[in-house]
Design a protein around this ligand. Structure first.
Ligand SMILES: *[C@@H]1O[C@H](CO)[C@@H](O)[C@H](O)[C@H]1NC(C)=O
Ligand SMILES: *[C@@H]1O[C@H](CO)[C@@H](O)[C@H](O)[C@H]1NC(C)=O
Ligand SMILES: *[C@@H]1O[C@H](CO)[C@@H](O)[C@H](O)[C@H]1NC(C)=O
Ligand SMILES: *[C@@H]1O[C@H](CO)[C@@H](O)[C@H](O)[C@H]1NC(C)=O
Ligand SMILES: *[C@@H]1O[C@H](CO)[C@@H](O)[C@H](O)[C@H]1NC(C)=O
Ligand SMILES: *[C@@H]1O[C@H](CO)[C@@H](O)[C@H](O)[C@H]1NC(C)=O
Ligand SMILES: *[C@@H]1O[C@H](CO)[C@@H](O)[C@H](O)[C@H]1NC(C)=O
Ligand SMILES: [Zn+2]
Length: 481
């Protein structure tokens, strides 16, 4: 009888407490440039930086666009391996431009993002994805446990509440969260990165950073949860006098292009391969862009070896934009009721990752993370190994290096010491559970009841939507996320 109560208590405890696996929250602020810590009003982010480990910037992947970089963060792979070679690309066999959809994230069925790998690594591991690009599609036929589709208007504070609710879910407590914010990117494209609108949004992100910290604190999660704040790329301003009409150099009907400023993917129609290349190449000698034939793509871009990769790439000089920007600038001005002048500014990203303004940021805080510590800049593709180490799962083959991120962990030898510490801590936790079980049985039942009520309320407030609106949403948004 005593044994029975004891076992029941144990089951109840395990079923109605936090995940027993390490808990990680990855937060992405789209287009948050590495130097905003110095140039914008972000006091809370500056303070948080010192409470953990940060790097001055990250070395992201080419093109420095949203979808390629978010998928590289989630997989540790270069764009030509995971296949997300742009925010859009041209599919030769269907002869159409592909915008964000299922196909974009399924070039290779073997490529599985971190949120799925976490769930596959053991029972009781659950992941939640809030608007992370590609997050709500099934991979190898399986959907992530929690997912909230892209919705620009979904309240930022409620996003955080949703995440906390998933972590505390009595039945399926999440231990990995990928949380995405589409700002300052969205409004940066429309108003420029130094506009009042964007400055305010960045300050609001700073407040959100604090709010997340406060909610963790309130729920006694600070010591248990690792929080990573990062971005996918930076941004710089381009003005109309620097808009280049590239297609004026070509004969209409001889080509198609995909992608967006500053990097356009050109696909000549059959028979016009030489002409299209030659005309662009000739024009580039007296205009502000560079033309690359596939063979000329820089090897360090890791961009060439994929059928989605174009035969010709046009890359605007830093500070210049191309045809699609001529069109979208006009549309943005009309839609948002401002006058388009030569002084108007439009945020742009996508240039080579060696361009300073394209750099993203990184900072992390958590039980295994060094405090008040700075590490040298490392690669976006290294993050996957870092996440796996935090989550204590074996990384699948990837293009990153664990050595580059080892210094972030407490202890000299990073991962191995971390594992030992965690196993020890885990042992202590289990012992404490066993000892305290019988005594706290009553308390547990009360807590359990409260917990259920909270989650029910949350679910009611934020019903999940699956895979319905993301395409439509993005068609309404500027292509250049
Ligand atoms: C092009 O689209 C077809 C049909 O959707 C798909 O089967 C194929 O994998 C796509 N090709 C690439 C390279 O993504
Ligand atoms: C951020 O929080 C501060 C303090 O509550 C507030 O004064 C400020 O208006 C907030 N910023 C934004 C952009 O909401
Ligand atoms: C957090 O811990 C404190 C002290 O142990 C406790 O009083 C409080 O109820 C806990 N809060 C939650 C939300 O679990
Ligand atoms: C805007 O810039 C273009 C290109 O530099 C120039 O030709 C034009 O005169 C400028 N317009 C005004 C109103 O200054
Ligand atoms: C580029 O120039 C061509 C030829 O003058 C013109 O037809 C086309 O509309 C221009 N494109 C844009 C985006 O302005
Ligand atoms: C490119 O420039 C070269 C040298 O000026 C010229 O001979 C050639 O005809 C041009 N090609 C095209 C397609 O305009
Ligand atoms: C990236 O990783 C993939 C998967 O292991 C591998 O096939 C590819 O060769 C790697 N590329 C580079 C440049 O290391
Ligand atoms: Zn982005």
């Amino acid at each position: 009888m005593i044994l029975k109560i004891f076992l029941e208590c144990l089951v109840a405890h395990l079923a109605y407490s936090l995940s027993q696996s390490p808990i990680l929250i990855v937060v992405s602020y789209d287009a948050f440039r590495y130097d905003f810590f110095d140039t914008k009003s972000v006091p809370h982010m500056n303070r948080l930086r010192k409470l953990g480990t940060y790097s001055d910037y990250l070395i992201n992947v080419f093109p420095t666009k949203t979808f390629p970089n978010h998928h590289s963060i989630a997989t540790g792979l270069y764009p030509d391996i995971h296949g997300v070679v742009g925010n859009s690309y041209f599919n030769k066999s269907t002869n159409s431009v592909v915008h964000i959809n299922y196909e974009m994230f399924h070039f290779d069925e073997k490529v599985v993002p971190i949120w799925r790998q976490n769930e596959d690594a053991g029972k009781g591991r659950h992941s939640g994805v809030v608007m992370w690009p590609g997050g709500c599609y099934p991979y190898q036929g399986k959907q992530v446990t929690y997912c909230k589709d892209y919705d620009h208007n979904f309240d930022w504070f409620k996003r955080v509440d949703l995440v906390i609710g998933w972590i505390k879910d009595p039945k399926k407590p999440a231990n990995l969260i990928m949380l995405y914010f589409d700002e300052p990117d969205t409004d940066g494209h429309i108003y420029g990165i130094n506009s009042d609108v964007v400055n305010k949004l960045i300050n609001k992100l700073d407040n959100i950073t604090l709010y997340l910290q406060q909610q963790l604190e309130k729920n006694n999660l600070t010591g248990k949860v690792t929080v990573v704040h990062l971005s996918d790329h930076g941004m710089l301003d381009v003005k109309p006098p620097n808009f280049i009409n590239v297609t004026q150099y070509l004969t209409p009907g001889t080509y198609t292009y995909a992608g967006s400023t500053p990097v356009l993917q050109f696909h000549p129609k059959k028979g016009f391969e030489t002409e299209v290349y030659q005309k662009l190449k000739n024009a580039s000698s007296q205009d502000h862009f560079t033309v690359y034939k596939k063979e000329e793509f820089l090897p360090r871009w890791h961009y060439k070896d994929n059928p989605r990769s174009p035969p010709i790439l046009v890359l605007a000089e830093v500070g210049y934009g191309l045809d699609d920007l001529i069109i979208s600038a006009k549309q943005n001005a009309e839609k948002n009721h401002y006058k388009l002048t030569n002084q108007s500014t439009f945020g742009v990203h996508g240039y080579d990752y060696t361009v300073k303004e394209m750099r993203p940021f990184f900072m992390a805080r958590g039980p295994k993370i060094k405090v008040n510590h700075k590490v040298p800049p490392f690669n976006t593709v290294d993050l996957f190994n870092f996440f796996c180490a935090i989550l204590e799962i074996a990384p699948t083959k990837n293009n990153g290096s664990l050595a580059n991120v080892e210094d972030i962990f407490v202890g000299t030898s990073g991962y191995s010491l971390t594992t030992i510490l965690t196993i020890t801590a885990g042992g202590i936790v289990v012992s404490l559970i066993l000892i305290s079980c019988a005594a706290v049985l009553t308390l547990m039942m009360i807590k359990r009841q409260q917990s259920i009520t909270t989650t029910a309320a949350l679910n009611k407030r934020f019903p999940q939507t699956f895979q319905t609106s993301i395409e439509a949403q993005h068609l309404l948004e500027p292509e250049d996320a």
